[in-house]
Ligand binder design. Structure first.
Ligand code: ADP
Ligand code: MG
Length: 685
């Protein structure tokens, strides 16, 4: 249960004045559901304004505050703007310009003959100075001069800066003070403000200390929670598993395991033999051969007389795994079943029976395999594919399945830098598949200027005609999601006009059934061209798809490009990836695309990505979802995570039950960042 003193922070957004049903969608899109979310909705940057006595003092393009007196209204014909001509004390005249149906606002804000303080950006329109849609108009100099530094918040469609600022202001007023959870020595050394002050300061101006402190809190909460998971896991009762090798000896894999695969399997075997449950991450780029490792691992469990389960994030992936594993494991005679949400009636009943009586030794499926109705005879191992799609909290729920905690092998194809591994998977031991199976054909990667899109479409046509399939990826980069979707839809329409019904479209706003149906048509080879935003399912394997076109490639991060490119190069044939770039290419954009051409090593690209992403021209990390953090930026993670990690470890060593004064404060922190699953483990013992 959340401590009561945090309740004011978790009150729903609609308790704020001015939040009605109309704002529900825009706020939801920004993830602003509760008072705490508003408090943590930090500005992207600040507008700095200069107060000027008259317009002569200001330059065009500058943000200013100036006192002007409205002289005359000028409405234009038709849909033209409404202008208010106003003069400063020296007699210079500027137009205050309103577009759309804003003449009403203009007249109301700027009555003729009455001086007003006006804040906005000074522009030039022909011979005339103008301020378009002033940020503020006030008759109160103190108020205007109090707005010289003003936060600029991330917005979504249907929200304005003034609106969000007012809501955040209201939310901050309701934020209680909380006891300090940061180690006092560190706090003093860093000269960080208290938590409550840091929130205030971070909204008021560019206060690096405040921002760092808030980020540190989030990192500390995360490290603490992961360490609690690890501690608790150590105390759990697992089932030691030792296989006799009999089933594995019967496997007839058509290849030799790579050194990396063999090392990973050895590490896993050693874990499985322990009484404490295994908690291990298998990190290996797309195509590095994680499936074979998973199979060997599951066979150890079966050899030891236990059951194993493989959890996949989607139906399609579950089905693909089931087929691959059944084929590979056929000579062993092990009974493998597939269970997804789609199975109903008799078929489902018979699988449930098999799991209960133990005649099914390996089950592959979606989260359906962990529903209440499913009972296992002796489940001792869970393998999770694409772990990054499941949170730690979800994984912990799987532990409830047996009297003993199953061993867990989590797999991920997302190569992430070492620092981020700590952040994301700090509670686990890590095995890395840092060696690709031999004989992989490199993907021919080329950078093509967007002007040559006609040639690209021509090449695409020849590719499809020769019986191959292809992906066309459109970016999700604009501030308004709807515009991105529109761009993808327009591209789809154009390609469909050219190539007909063989083109399918997938994006995030489609209903899941529609999306699945399109994906399946493509996976079965009924469609040749898949147009998609970046939502292309991770891990979907279509070996015949050997061409990928990525539009506005310079807008993507390296890690993302690498992930996307991994969709091709999966079959025998030679694969190509065409990176379409816009005209205006920045230095880092150029560097990023060059790296893509140069290397296919996911771990290297991940490290370079982290290095290059300081610039902030890409989608912010906050939205991109590739870290578990909403407050901490990549830069802050790099600087502060090691500190937070050590701090967390010390605290847990001294006060593992979090019962001391600082421990109690740390509990608040865990709830504040919704890592309360960490706290819950304390109780479970
Ligand atoms: P991942 O799941 O890590 O992306 P997969 O397990 O699907 O990769 O393996 C990719 C391909 O490589 C599969 O076709 C698999 O049969 C093959 N493969 C796996 N291990 C080896 C190996 N040691 N040598 C050659 N091919 C391998
Ligand atoms: Mg895989």
């Amino acid at each position: 249960m959340r401590p009561e003193r945090l309740n004011p922070l978790f009150v729903a957004a609609d308790s704020l004045k001015g939040v009605g049903p109309g704002l529900a969608r825009p706020l939801e899109r920004l993830g602003l559901g509760r008072v705490r979310d508003f408090a943590y909705h930090l500005p992207d940057r600040f507008v700095m304004r200069r107060a000027v006595a008259d317009l002569d003092e200001a330059s065009v393009g500058e943000n200013i505050v100036v006192k002007l007196t409205p002289l005359e209204y000028r409405a234009s014909a038709g849909r033209g703007p409404f202008r208010v001509l106003a003069s400063d004390e020296a007699g210079n005249v500027a137009a205050i310009t309103f577009f759309g149906r804003a003449s009403y606002t203009g007249k109301k804000q700027l009555p003729l003959g009455e001086p007003r303080w006006i804040a906005g950006r000074l522009d030039q329109y022909g011979q005339m100075l103008q301020i378009v849609h002033p940020d503020h108009v006030s008759d109160d100099s103190a108020q205007s001069l109090g707005q010289l530094v003003e936060p600029v918040y991330p917005l979504s469609e249907g929200l304005t800066q003034n609106r969000i600022a007012a809501l955040i202001h209201q939310a901050l007023a309701g934020v209680p003070g909380l006891p300090e959870w940061i180690e006092p020595g560190l706090l003093a050394k860093m000269q960080w403000p208290s938590w409550r002050d840091a929130l205030e300061l971070a909204h008021k101006g560019s206060h690096e200390g405040a921002r760092d402190r808030l980020a540190y809190d989030e990192l500390l909460a995360n490290s603490l929670a992961l360490m609690l998971v690890r501690n608790s896991n150590r105390r759990q009762q697992g089932t030691p598993l030792t296989g006799d090798g009999s089933l594995r000896a019967r496997l007839q894999l058509p290849f030799e395991l790579t050194g990396a695969q063999q090392r990973a399997i050895a590490e896993i075997e050693a874990d499985l033999a322990q009484p404490a449950p295994m908690l291990r991450l298998l990190q290996g780029d797309v195509g590095s051969g994680k499936t074979a490792v998973a199979l060997e691992t599951m066979l150890v469990a079966v050899e030891a007389g236990a059951q194993a389960a493989l959890l996949a994030p989607t139906e399609i992936l579950a089905r693909q795994h089931y087929e691959t594993l059944s084929r590979m494991a056929a000579p062993t005679g092990v009974n493998i079943a597939l269970l997804t949400g789609r199975d109903k009636g008799k078929a489902r009943e018979s699988i449930l029976m098999g799991l209960m009586d133990g005649s099914i030794q390996i089950v592959v499926g979606t989260h359906a395999i962990f529903q209440d109705a499913v009972t296992y005879r002796n489940l001792a191992l869970v393998v999770i594919d694409e772990q990054h799609r499941f949170g730690v909290a979800q994984r912990l729920m799987l532990n409830q399945k047996g009297k003993r905690t199953p061993h867990c092998l989590a797999m991920t194809a997302t190569p992430i830098p070492r620092t981020l591994t700590l952040a994301q998977y700090g509670e686990m031991d890590v095995s890395r598949l840092d060696e690709m199976p031999p004989g992989r054909q490199p993907i021919d990667t080329r950078v093509v200027a967007v002007e040559r899109i006609g040639d690209v479409v021509g090449a695409l046509g020849r590719h499809i005609e020769s019986g191959h399939q292809a992906y066309w990826v459109c970016p999700m980069v604009r501030e308004l999601e709807s515009e991105d979707i529109a761009a993808a839809e327009a591209r789809y329409a154009a390609l469909k006009e050219r190539f007909g019904d063989t083109v399918v479209l997938v994006h995030g706003q489609l209903r899941p059934e529609v999306k699945d149906a399109a994906m399946e048509r493509f996976a079965r080879g009924e469609a040749s061209l898949l147009v998609a935003t970046t939502v292309i399912e991770v891990g979907v394997d279509v070996p015949n798809a050997t061409l990928m076109v990525i539009e506005q490639a310079e807008r993507f991060g390296l890690a993302q490009l690498h992930q996307l490119r991994g969709r091709v190069g999966r079959g025998e044939g030679k694969s190509t990836c065409l990176l379409l770039r816009g005209e205006a290419l920045s230095e880092t954009g150029r560097e990023r695309l060059a790296l893509m051409r140069e290397t296919q090593d996911g771990f290297r690209l991940a490290e370079e990505d982290l290095r290059l992403r300081g610039g902030g021209e890409l989608l912010g990390t906050r939205q991109s979802g590739d870290t578990p953090f909403r407050v901490a930026s990549l830069d802050q993670i790099t600087r502060l995570l090691p500190l937070a990690h050590d701090d967390a470890r010390l605290l847990i060593e001294r006060d593992g039950g979090l019962t001391g004064e600082r421990g109690e404060a740390a509990r608040l922190l865990l709830y504040l960042f919704e890592r309360d699953w960490g706290v819950q483990l304390l109780r479970g013992g």
